[in-house]
Design a protein. Structure first.
Length: 743
């Protein structure tokens, strides 16, 4: 019996280039099946050929001790009717005998619409002790189309990145009508999907559904700002809903900043089929002879110890392998958006620099409104696209501001929205051909603006040039907030029309164009911190985050709302990437606002001079305390202790790798009489049960005292078994605790 051994048995061998096995299958499944286990430290996805040499998924879940056992899994399942090899196909094609939702749908060069994929060969390459890249080649025996399935595993993090490459070896062009990144198959008792929905200011609202027969689809067709109503991000619990500490759960995301579609289809065996990829809606993609198409990746992690473990794995993976400078440091900042909106000039700004210094942050971030002359950017109706300093507001230019900020002792950052244009702009007047718009229809605007056509290489040059110009003129710029406020209406590209390409390429080529620009930006400017923003959290995904150090979760900075928004983002993104700003959006105390911002990457968006002396001292103290704990918040492990959707107090903590330091954030989220103080202790997590710790309250408001006994020493065992009561009350609505090992 031929079967591949687990890669971990031959690490040295696998350091070499993998071997193409080229196995020739025979008709007898049991004796000749090719078995390909895709393993991480705790999990395995097992693929095996059936008697027709189709590649099927035979196992998803726990990794088995003996690799040889994987070959026996398939025989234990008795769903061997006509659908076997189709329902659980590793990459379901369409047009022949498959009648379920496909991963792949192709019109071949001769117009034929059928594809049947057979296993050809596979190889695995281990790039280091943690990362293995397995490629499996499938082919149609009649039409010369080759699909390579890619599985990149990160063993310690239990993360898999899965994508597909479609190659056209036919004589003429083929058309891709559906081209999913990943196809998975799960056999469990029940399936509970947590998906997210929202809109501007209401991002990441979770919704848990028991999946029933039929198809549940998560998708976006917005073109740009694609996560406005839903992100390509989900949790899938198996058997029963997972909790923080218990249960089987998969956290997944399509790493793509454009239209996406994720289908969950239950088959007649009560098994679940998952197909995730670029949304095929209006996106038939032609592939010339000899060309290949690489899909974005589905990224997922599976845990049978609950959501907490799954998300810590995803955070570790993101920090090490995906987020730009994920293990580095970040700049605290003062932003002027909510402080001034468009109403500022040089003097007002230099005054704010002093405020930034007084507050104690690292940087000042100049937001929207600094550009445009023929059409000054004094509101959001004009000027977008004209990236020259407004001479009235900034007579001495950005260079002067950078110098002034430096003199005031803070770094300088700037807001850009390079993909977009107001019709009231010189750019629009000169380059209407660069704008996505239907030439025969009236224009329709989203926030008074239109989207530039990034499928056009000239537009890519223009967008790259905005950043390149800014950095070459002002090499000391330390930060860019990259915004993207509009969806794509009237999707039509004049460039594609002129070059006689299909309009249906636009949605895909827009994102590819965006990534090309970002590749160029990062090749030339690898170190500048950049925030991914999109009218709040309209674009947050691991496709884009490889170019960005952080993201803006929402324009909604009401701290109470933020507790919920940050909570739900925290399943997928590490705190170091999550920008939280203190603003005047709500009237709650400055302390509560600061405490909420401290659980991620902290910033401010206030007029410092408007703060009362005590509020100023409180904000300053918050920054000093934040600087003392930020290492743990940025690089530690996150434990969600008390869920604001279920409890009156939200509580999260971060623990350092050495378990010698931790921070616990507690926020009251209810004002109902029954719940206005923490009656019971909250159990901590992630500490060393054998270590002793002292608990100290941080960020205590001036002229008040902590109510806690800071002299007591507790064992980790006590803090995790009995817990600790932070004494959250109506007078102490937020409490931040530092937990330090006592020598
Ligand atoms: C978007 C961003 C805000 C701000 C404004 C400026 O809405 O999310 O933070 O930058 O644009 O116009």
């Amino acid at each position: 019996m031929k079967k591949s051994r687990t890669l971990f048995q031959y690490p040295n061998l696998l350091m070499l280039i993998g071997v193409w096995l080229g196995l020739a299958p025979t008709a007898n499944y049991a004796q000749n099946a090719v078995v390909v286990p895709i393993e991480t430290k705790n999990n395995a996805l097992v693929l095996a050929t059936d008697k027709a040499n189709r590649l099927c998924i035979t196992h998803f879940g726990k990794r088995l001790k003996n690799t040889a056992d994987y070959a026996q899994i398939a025989q234990q399942h008795w769903n061997k009717d006509d659908n076997a090899g189709i329902y659980n196909a590793a990459y379901t094609s369409s047009g022949s005998t498959n009648l379920v939702e496909p991963a792949l749908n192709i019109t071949h060069a001769d117009g034929n619409t059928s594809t049947e994929l057979k296993y050809v060969r596979h190889e695995s390459v281990q790039s280091d002790m943690n990362v293995v890249h397995t490629k499996i080649v499938l082919k149609d025996e009649i039409y010369a189309v080759e699909i390579t399935l890619h599985y990149k595993t990160y063993a310690n993090e239990d993360v898999v990145e899965q994508w597909a490459v479609i190659k056209n070896n036919e004589k003429g062009a083929i058309e891709l009508e559906k081209y999913a990144s990943a196809n998975l198959y799960f056999a469990f008792e029940n399936y509970y999907l947590t998906s997210y929905h929202g809109s501007w200011g209401r991002e990441m609202k979770p919704e848990e559904t028991l999946l029933t027969n039929g198809i549940k689809t998560l998708d976006s067709k917005l073109g740009a700002r694609t996560n406005l109503f839903a992100p390509p991000t989900f949790q899938l619990s198996f058997d029963r809903p997972a909790t923080e500490e218990e249960g089987k759960v998969l956290l997944g995301q399509l790493a793509w900043s454009g239209n996406f579609r994720i289908d969950f289809e239950m088959d007649s065996y009560h098994h679940l089929r998952l197909m995730a990829g670029i949304n095929p809606h209006a996106s038939e993609y032609p592939l010339e002879a000899g060309q290949e198409f690489t899909t974005p990746a589905l990224i997922y992690t599976f845990s049978d110890h609950g959501k907490g473990a799954a998300s810590r794995n995803l955070h570790r993976w993101a920090k090490k392998y995906r987020l730009l400078d994920g293990n580095g440091s970040r700049l605290t900042l003062l932003n002027n958006w909510e402080a001034t909106y468009f109403d500022f000039d040089e003097n007002k700004l230099t005054g704010l620099f002093k405020g930034a210094k007084k507050l104690g942050v690292d940087m000042f971030l100049l937001d929207d409104g600094w550009f445009g002359n023929k059409y000054p950017r004094n509101d959001d109706r004009a000027g977008l696209g004209d990236w020259q300093e407004n001479v009235k507001k900034l007579p001495h230019g950005i260079g002067h501001l950078v110098k002034e900020a430096t003199a005031a002792g803070v770094k300088f950052g700037i807001w850009l929205e390079p993909e977009m244009v107001n019709p009231k702009s010189e750019l629009y007047e000169q380059h209407r051909d660069w704008v996505i718009r239907q030439p025969e229809r009236p224009e329709h605007y989203f926030r008074n603006q239109l989207v530039l056509d990034l499928s056009n290489p000239e537009v890519q040059d223009f967008v790259f040039g905005i950043l390149d110009n800014m950095f070459s003129k002002n090499p000391d710029i330390a930060f860019v907030k990259w915004d993207c406020n509009a969806v794509i209406y009237n999707a039509h590209s004049q460039y594609l029309a002129k070059t006689k390409q299909k309009q249906s390429k636009l949605y895909v080529d827009y994102v590819k164009g965006l990534y090309k620009v970002l590749d160029r930006v990062r090749a030339k400017y690898p170190n500048v911190d950049m925030m991914l923003c999109s009218g709040g959290g309209g674009r947050v995904d691991y496709g884009a985050l490889k170019y960005f150090t952080e993201f803006w979760p929402s324009d909604n900075t009401d701290p109470l709302e933020r507790v919920f928004i940050q909570w739900d983002y925290s399943y997928f993104y590490p705190a170091i990437a999550t920008c939280n700003h203190v603003t005047d959006w709500s009237k709650v105390s400055i302390k509560y606002r600061c405490d909420v911002a401290m659980m991620g990457k902290m910033g401010f968006d206030i007029v410092v001079d408007h703060l009362s002396p005590n509020d100023l001292a409180s904000a300053q103290k918050a920054i000093t305390d934040y600087n003392a704990i930020k290492e743990v918040v940025w690089h530690g492990d996150l434990y969600r202790l008390s869920n604001p959707w279920e409890q009156p107090v939200a509580s999260v903590m971060y623990v350092s790798e050495k378990q010698d330091k931790a921070v616990m954030f507690n926020y009251l989220v209810s004002n109902r009489f029954d719940f206005i103080y923490t009656i019971e202790p909250i159990q901590l997590r992630g500490l060393d049960p054998n270590k002793k710790y002292r608990v100290r309250e941080l960020n205590v408001y001036p002229e008040t005292k902590t109510t806690l006994d800071e002299t007591a020493v507790y064992s980790g065992d006590f803090l995790m078994s009995v817990g600790y009561n932070p004494d959250v009350t109506l007078r102490r609505t937020s409490v931040v605790l530092e937990i330090t090992q006592v020598n």
